[in-house]
Design a protein around this ligand. Structure first.
Ligand code: GTR
Length: 352
């Protein structure tokens, strides 16, 4: 893989002069770059965030409590409210939690084995992304999108940024829960929401770790030289996920002043687990693994272990490399977030 990395001519994870001492300043600069060129500029944290717990009842056979939370915060256009759910095991002591940015309303869809996650000792906070803003090209008129005036200068935030921002507002609330271990709150998502989880975890250091499942193009996969989806496809099909500036790189990816491994690196020093599916050619498992591997160089620069294992050996379905702060796992099969994937992520975070 090292020869392949060289061939792709990727920007260095650790540019000349980057050290532990100037890492925080570098990170700030890089976030500003990713805002300006890819995901759009994230608004300031709202001054006032409040919530109501609407329902509270036992679930999973009495093993956990399910709450429906309605969270409200100030925006330039007035208050915005969105709902999300929490499921917290009744263990009597603070538990780790996954903030899961979901394609589906609570209890629906096939990606989330709630009982199994609860039985593993983890709590969940689940937001249906369409409740934040619709995943459609709606001229930024649904949900949170219409609450923030747009400058139309190419840097206005896209919907990935909006979903990520909502997960941070959930974090505002979760921080106040005595039943949750504040040091162990991880953000997770699949596919477009895996991209979202990465962007959220990079910006909000209260998240103690990030799970990217099959996030592919504009997620964990390095863009230069990848197979499957490219900037040309993703900005044509989903222009509203990104800022307008990202379109400058259509058929012109070599001119991007960044690549995705540099984004993953910004999760450091917190644990990061990247998962791929062996037949997910559109996302490109090899480029996702490359992203995770190269991000590991930042961890190493900070004195931590990056992606363990021999990068020269191609990953086989079922392989996992969980020896460091960066994990990689390859599931056999197609684009999906499966029970198997969750088991791997739980295994990875249990090891941290
Ligand atoms: C695809 C898109 C991918 C990925 C996927 C998904 O159509 O091209 O980048 O995000 O959707 O979210 O399921």
């Amino acid at each position: 893989m090292l020869a392949e990395i060289k061939r792709r001519n990727l920007p260095e994870t650790i540019p000349n002069g980057l050290t532990k001492e100037n890492w925080a300043a570098y990170k700030k600069e890089m976030i500003a770059l990713f805002e300006k060129e890819e995901y759009g500029v994230t608004p300031e944290k709202p001054g006032c965030v409040r919530w109501e717990v609407e329902k509270q009842h036992d679930t999973v056979g009495g093993k956990a409590v399910h709450n429906l939370v309605k969270l409200t915060f100030e925006t330039p256009m007035g208050d915005f409210t969105f709902p999300f759910d929490t499921v917290i095991p009744n263990t009597g002591k603070p538990v780790p939690m996954f903030v899961y940015i979901s394609f589906h309303p609570y209890g629906a869809g096939q990606y989330l084995p709630i009982e199994e996650i609860i039985d593993s000792g983890y709590a969940l906070a689940i937001v249906n992304y369409n409740d934040v803003t619709k995943d459609t090209n709606d001229n930024f008129e649904s949900g949170i999108a219409k609450m923030y005036p747009r400058r139309n200068d190419g840097t206005d935030w896209g919907k990935i940024g909006m979903w990520a921002f909502a997960a941070s507002r959930m974090m505002d609330y979760i921080q106040t829960l005595p039943a949750v271990d504040r040091e162990k709150i991880y953000v997770a998502g699949h596919s477009r929401l895996g991209k979202t989880a990465i962007w959220c975890g990079v910006q909000d250091e209260r998240f103690a770790g990030v799970i990217s499942n099959d996030s592919g193009c504009s997620g964990a996969a390095v863009t230069r030289g990848k197979k499957g989806e490219h900037v040309v496809h993703i900005t044509k099909n989903f222009p509203y996920w990104f800022c307008k500036n990202y379109q400058k790189y259509i058929e012109n990816e070599d001119s991007m002043p960044f690549d995705q491994h540099q984004l993953l690196a910004l999760v450091a020093p917190r644990p990061l687990c990247v998962g791929s599916a062996s037949e997910d050619e559109w996302a490109d498992p090899e480029s996702e693994r490359m992203g995770a591997y190269l991000a590991g160089e930042a961890y190493e620069m900070l004195g931590l272990k990056g992606l363990s294992g021999d990068i020269e050996i191609p990953a086989e379905p079922g392989d996992k490399q969980f020896g460091g702060k960066v994990g990689y796992q390859l599931r056999k099969g197609t684009h999906f977030l499966s029970r198997y994937d969750w088991q791997r992520y739980i295994e990875f975070f249990n090891q941290q």
